[in-house]
Each structure stands twice: as C-alpha cells, then as structure tokens.
Design a protein around this ligand. Sequence first.
Ligand code: ADP
Length: 873
Amino acid sequence: MAGKPTPMMEQYFALKAQAEGALLFYRMGDFFELFFEDARIAAGVLDIALTSRGEHDGEPVAMCGVPVHAAEGYLARLIKAGCRVAIAEQIETPEQAKQRGGSKALVARDIVRFVTAGTLTEEALLEPRRANLLVAVAPLRDRVGIASCDISTGRMELEDCAADALDAVLARLGASELVVPDDWPKDWPDTPDETIERPRASFRSEDGETRLKDIHGIATLDGLGDFSRPMLAAAAGLVAYLDHAGRGKLPFLLPPVARGTGAHLAMDAATRASLEILQAQGGGRDGSLIAALDRCVTGAGARQLAEDLSAPLADRRAIEARLAAVHHVHGDPLLRADLRALLRQAPDIGRALGRLVAGRGSPRDLGQVRDGLAEARRVRDMLAASADLPDLLQRMSGALGGHAALVDHLARALVAAPPTERQQGGYIAPEYDHALDALRETSGNARRAIAALEAKYRGETDTPALKIKHNKVLGYFIEVPAKHGDKLMAADSGFTHRQTMAGAVRFNSVGLHEEASRIAEAGAHALAAEEAHFEDLVGEVTARREAIAATAAALARIDVAAALAERAAESDWCRPEVLDEPCLDVTGGRHPVVEAALARSAERFVANDCTLGPDDRLWLIGGPNMGGKSTFLRQNALILLMAQAGSYVPATSARIGLADRLFSRVGAADNLARGRSTFMVEMVETAAILSQATPRSFVILDEVGRGTSTYDGMALAWAVVEAVHEQLQCRCLFATHYHELSRLAETCDALSLHHVRAREWKGELVLLHELARGGADRSYGLAVARLAGVPKPVIKRAKAVLDKLEKGRAQTGGLAAGLGDLPLFAATAQEEAETAPDPLREAVETLDLDALTPREALETLYRLKAQAAETRN
Ligand code: ADP
C-alpha cells in the first residue's frame, strides 16, 4: 500500500526530522517506541526483539520498544554505543487530546530533550568516578577558545590556546562529547568520535558574554575573571548546544572559571598516552597511574584526583598548599581514618544537585543533598578539632558549613530513604504537613474499611474464597471463583457484575465503590500536596546551589588529600620538596604501577636514584632490553608529575625542580597498532619536543630512532641528543641501545652515561634492574633472546652471524666510523678483550692445588701476583 501515511506516522516523521539524526524515542503509553532504521539500530545494540507495526509505502514498519520505567538502562547502553537519542514525550493526556480534536484526535508529542554523551545527569548513566565533560571549541583567527563543562555538577571552565596546542588541551580534557562550528576543518587530527557540528552563528563571542551574564544574573563578567573573545565564543557555542539539547531548558551551570595559561604542567596527547595517566595503553583504567593511586572513598574525590593528575600545577605555592594538606592527614592516622569513614557515608551531592537544578531531580536526590550536607558538617567539626590545620584544609573546612537551616528543613520534610520516583508519593515525612497526614489517614481508614468489607462479604455470601483485589484497569473489585459466581449474580445480591474471567468472576458493590473513591480522592490530593512540597524543597536547594556546590567541591578536595595520605602511608612514600631550580633529585625512586604489579606476584621492585641537576642534566641510559630502562624513565616522569599534582611520591626522598612541560616519547616499535607510518609518528612527536621544550621542561625519550634502519636511527638519536643538550638545555633521560652514542659524553659536558646492570651467570642472563654510572659494556641481545625462549639452533646461528659482523666491524671501524673524530668502539674493544687468551687465567686453571705443599702454594701466589702486575703494564 503506497497510500497516505497515517496521522501518527505523519507526526512521527515531523519529529524525526527535528531529531537531527538522533534515534527517536517515541512515547506511546508506557513505552518508548522506535521505528524504521532507528528500530534496527536499537534492537541490535540493546539485543531486544525487532517487530513490525503496520505498513509504510507497502513495506512493514520495523519497530521495537523499551518500557518507560526501565528506559534509563537502555539509554545508558545506547549512549555507550555512541548513539544520540531524542526523547519525544506526550505533551497532553488522551483526554485533553479528545477535548481538543474529537474522539480520533492524536495525542500531541514533542521532543523534550536530547540525550547525548556530554549532557547526561542521571545517576544510572554516569560513571561515579569519572567526570563527564562536554566541550565546545571556537577558532578565532590564530587562537582557539575552549569551553568545557560537566553538567552533572555544573562546573564550567573557559580557556584559549594557540591552534597548534589544541590537541594537547583536548587530550587533557578527555571530553565525552565535542561541539564544533560547522565550518570546522574536517581533517583536524584527534577529534573524538563524539563530535557534533553546530551552526557557526551560534559561536559569537558577544552572545557568549550576554548568555553568561543572563544565566548568572550579573551585569558584567569582570568579577569572574578575564575572558578572551575566543573563550566567550566557545562559551556561546556550548550554551547554545545545551539549550538545543535541553530544548530550551538549561542545566545547572556554575559561574565560569578562566583557566590561565602556564598555570599547569603542560603535556601533549602523546605524553599522556605514554605515561598512562588515566588510562593504560590497552584503554582501561587497570594499569594506569590513577588506578595505582586512587584511594578516594567518594566518586567526587576520584573525579577531583583524575583532574589533578591530568592537569598538575606549575605554581609552587599552590603545590605546597596541597602537599601541606596531605602532610597533615598523613601525620595523623586517627584523623585520617575518621575522616575517611565519614566521607565514605557522604552521597554525591554535586551530581544530585546537578539533577535537581536541571529539573530532573527526584526525592532521593533531595535526600542525598540532606545527608551529604549533614556529613559535611560532621567533617567540618572533625577538622575544627584538629590543631594546626594547614591553609588549604582551613579554607575547605570553611566551605563545609552554613547549611544548618536547609539540612534541618530537609530532615523534617523527607522520609529517611526517599524513592527515586515521585508517582507513588510517600516521600514527605509524617508530621511535616498536617493536611497531608489527614489525607493519608483517610486513605488508611478506607483501606481498613475495605479489609473489613472483605470479611463481611465472605460471611454474607458464605464464600470464604471471596477476595477484594486491585489492579490498574479496574481499580478495586470483588473476585470469587467461577463456581461461586452465580450467588453474587442474583439481582438482589447487592453486587454488580464487572468481568468474567476463565476461572473467576469479578464484581463491584456500592460500599466498595465508596471506599475506593475515598482512597482515590485522598490519594490524588495527597500526591498533589507532596508534589507541591517537592517543588518548594527543590526551589530551596536551587536557591543555595552555589554554596552547596562549594561544599561538594570541598568534600572532594578533602577526600583527595586523605586518599593521597593513605596511599603514601601504605607504601612509605615521601613528601617531595618542590624547588624552582631545574633539578630532579630522587633517592630510592620506584614506579608506582610496576611496583604494585610486581608485588602481586611477590616480586621486589629495585629502587633507583636519579640525580639530574644543572651540570648533569642529560642521562644517556644503556643496557639490555628488559633491563628496566623504560621503567626508570617513566618512574621519574611520574614522580615529577605526582609531585606537581600535590601528591607524595614513591621514593625515600625527592627534590623536584618545577617543570613547565613534560614530554614522554617512546620509539615507534612499541606503537605498531597506530596505523600511520610508525616512524613518521615517532619523528612528528620528536619534532614537537624539539620545538616546544624549554630549559624548564623535563623530557624522557625511550629508544627514539628505533623505528628506522640502524644507520638512520642512530644518526637521528645522535642529533636529537645533541639538540636536547645544546639547544633545549632541559632535563632529559634518554634510553638507547646504540652503544655508539656513548661518544657524546666526550663532547657534551652536562651529559653522563648510565646503564641498567645485568650479569651472565652460567650462560643465563640475570637482569638486576639496577642503575649504575658508566656506559653499557656490551649488548645482551642474544642472551635476552635466549631468556625469551627463542630456540637454541636459532640463537646459535645468530651468534655465528654476530661474530662475523663484529669481526667486520673491528676492521672497518664500525657503524660510527663515518663520524670521523670518534675513537674506536669501547664495545668492540671489550669483546676482543673477552676472547683474547689470558695467561694469568690459564696459569690458575692449570694449578693442581692438592699436589702443592704449603710453601709451594705461597711461592705460586707470589709468582701469580708478579705476573698480574706484568700483564697490567
Ligand atoms: P627496558 O626498557 O630496558 O627494555 P623495561 O623497563 O620495559 O625494560 O622493564 C622490563 C621489565 O622488567 C618490567 O616489565 C618489569 O617487570 C621489570 N623491571 C623493570 N624495572 C624494574 C625494577 N626497578 N625492579 C624490578 N623489576 C623491574
């Protein structure tokens, strides 16, 4: 049938057109239905049945549906799978529709909200320990404005940066959803999948300023900070998108904070990925720095910690303030345990507040605000009792109180554990509202009266099986088994027939009808009364939203300090000393993630020192594969990062010179999965360091140059080390397996040689994971291969090839011969020394000790000693 679409289908198509590519959840009674392609996609993602309904253009219309009461869970899965959803609700009741347009009228529907990854507030849809950021960017000439907000808590930040620094900012933010103007270059690198294009016209800086002023009811933004035009343009785009997603209803937004440049340790995307700060290489949290650190007892604390680690500070005083807070809680284990026990009870008030202000709150959210604020008060009292509170804790403590009247009001108004749904009522506490109590009493009495009626009717009809039941369609009714039905059917029985079922008959009676009406009426009034109280309470909470958000933030900060103190105590970490001079002086340093992993298999981590300073700022580290070079590099980068984030560090002592930027690069061979020519990636990333690092930066370079042929690779590594030493003059740890690079020590005076120690014992390679001064003496490639289980014949063959190569190298001067001014290779000389005959050794080996007299033994010893002296000369 290619006929006219039904009115319902017409309405559906109109809404679908407004949904702009999002899946349309079309409300029909107790279900959200999806049609056509939407239904196929959703059925696939949700693994629910795909059915059909009617026809369109001669084809059956594919359909699937989810029950409204369980919609959140389904939404969560669709959003996770990368979908966006438009919710089309019925905006009038069927009765209203009939009044408006007669008996056939279609209920009016409208899209009330878009649900997207960046605009979630529902508890079920959010991860408690992760912030959920919506980010908008607006390029304006050579700068880019960036507006980010977490609408689950209302936090909003504005910043701007040079166009080529945008990748690093986006990497730091890790947005769930990115909003860009529609003239955005399509080939922009690293734009996340969840990128939404919006009209360029919605990114005007003047609009941004006006909107922010309106939202916060202020005449000028000057009091909030210094906002550039790109920042305001991005803010305009962000607010316009929120407006669009909420169909005109804006979520909770706190006044924006301007993020200054230079306030944080800068790290680009490659550095973040390689240091595995919030995510391990595999993509999960397991194996990441945060997983090894996070002992927070609240979701808000864990989110704050993630932010601290993503954006460590670059300001010494601010770092000291955080460290002092950790120090205080670290030094007082009792306070720490008590604080953590209290915080553990505290609900996530930031997110509950976000939902309430967004108009999606529930009685449970009010209960959470009540309990969270009450807990905050207890935390404040506990801190007040602690002597010599450091500044930061003092400030946080100040933000915890001031809610007594609100808490008291909520405590009187709400039951102990309010529900997430309002439809059933029952969340307003008894004795809060006497009229409500009276209504409840009325329905209670009527319920008791109905129970009495049941007993009465059983007696009167002599039917013990008679029951009074309730369902949604009929309301209250009397039910008897079919065989007793006739008795009640009689005209004078006082019962009126309502329904005959397979095994039962249902009736009504005047008495029951009266009581049921009383219940219904009282119930409706009670619900309305509760609803009115709910709105009032939400209004009261909303009015104090900024103070409540400040309390939530303070609780999170305190949780972070206590959690870091707990973590430090667990593994005996130390408080780093933070200095302005460019040093990195770590004794007994350890890698927090590798150490934890080794501990699980009862292995010991070998601590190593690092002493970079102005005169010795570049360490070249050699030694066998698997010897611990990468681990050493990363542990020092992480120690610096943790110190600047305000955490204790895994070391016995640490003096950390503040860095402005941190770079970490890994030779391309480790990155095979990345598609682009791996060597190209390696070089692009290395180029970024060479153009961006300053003398205050800290750089770790792991096997750079490995991604190409030996000659190229060594040449590049050589040139990079020289550039880092001569031009950048920053602190740098450089791991390499090119022995030849040791020659650089002769010309670069702030460069020193180090190696991870290994020993061959009975033909087996033993990796000591211990760092020692001096160049690596030899290569252990074959021994490592043996360790890895490469079959013996292959090793043997490799040994033969190696011998041949090394002989050739001895004759030609080896790889670095072309570099002219370089002396011969230490490694080759060493190899030769090892294979040349040793007369002293032979003399000892041929001795027959048992045949010697004591006197001969002594004489032999003298002779050997003389021979040894001779060989040396
Ligand atoms: P390389 O970079 O020299 O190839 P890695 O740093 O990747 O070596 O270390 C290889 C393995 O050695 C690690 O996965 C870890 O299990 C172990 N290891 C590294 N450093 C240490 C250490 N300091 N103490 C104990 N084990 C270590």
